[in-house]
Design a protein around this ligand. Structure first.
Ligand code: SF4
Ligand code: SF4
Length: 237
């Protein structure tokens, strides 16, 4: 039994250094307390290192050159000309403040950027939307309002009398574009919704949505074939 009790309290190789063990109970031990050094306690070294980092960033942002919006868009760095700039380039070629002077300068949005909605038109200028209601059905923000009406064109059943998108409620998910069966709505305008002062001004009407193409230099027509010919709907005209 005595040997079992001894095994339970075998000294371990890890943990604090044991200076002495009680003769009454091996659980009672005197251990060596490791005190932090004076340098660690004062935090002076850490404060000095932190100040050094702050000063480095300060100098870099004060003297480092800002990229032009062109360089920013192309992912290029400015070429250092003076000896000081060359020396600074070793640390960093540019400063960390990569702001652009908006609205004079504008960053180019990525090609797949989901921009402001636009409604596409047919070759005759009519809106391509056939008021199928797929987009308002799929819209998670319920921000598309469509009131359909009968179309003049015998080949097309309906068209939207009213087509509105509340851009303040839109979550820019792009589901309306995915759901549209006839490429009537797109989000490739490369621009974003304009800031407004009145909530009602954020509602894009059909006319405004059609005008987005022209305002942003986009082709308003689509090469997608709309509708089919003959009894087989897969047969394209
Ligand atoms: S992008 Fe999404 S939230 Fe915005 S209108 Fe389309 S479906 Fe609705
Ligand atoms: S899914 Fe396309 S065709 Fe259908 S209502 Fe929306 S924009 Fe119009």
């Amino acid at each position: 039994m005595a040997s079992h009790a001894h095994d339970d309290h075998e000294p371990t190789t890890t943990g604090p250094k044991v200076l002495a063990t009680s003769t009454v109970s091996p659980k009672v031990r005197t251990i060596a307390v490791v005190r932090p050094s004076e340098q660690q306690v004062s935090y002076l070294a850490a404060t000095k290192a932190g100040l050094g980092i702050t000063l480095k960033h300060f100098a870099k942002n004060l003297f480092g050159r800002r990229r032009t919006v062109d360089q920013l868009n192309k992912g290029e760095h400015p070429v250092p000309t003076t000896a000081f700039q060359k020396a600074l380039s070793v640390v960093s070629p540019v400063n960390d403040i990569e702001t652009i002077q908006y609205p004079e300068e504008k960053a180019v949005y990525p090609e797949r950027f989901r921009g402001l909605h636009r409604l596409m038109q047919r070759d005759d200028g009519q809106v391509r939307c056939v008021a199928c209601m797929c987009c308002p059905t799929v819209c998670p923000a319920h921000c598309i309002t469509i009131i359909p009406e009968q179309s003049d064109d015998n080949g097309i059943e309906k068209r939207p009398a009213v087509f509105e998108i509340d851009e303040l409620r839109c979550v820019v998910c792009g589901l309306c574009v995915e759901a549209c069966p006839c490429d009537a709505i797109r989000m490739d305008s490369s621009t974003h919704a304009k800031p407004v002062e009145e909530r009602a001004d954020a509602v894009m009407t059909k006319e405004k949505l059609i005008a987005v193409s022209k305002e942003n230099g986009k082709n308003p027509t689509s090469i997608a074939t709309q509708g089919g010919v003959g009894p087989n709907w897969r047969e394209r005209g």
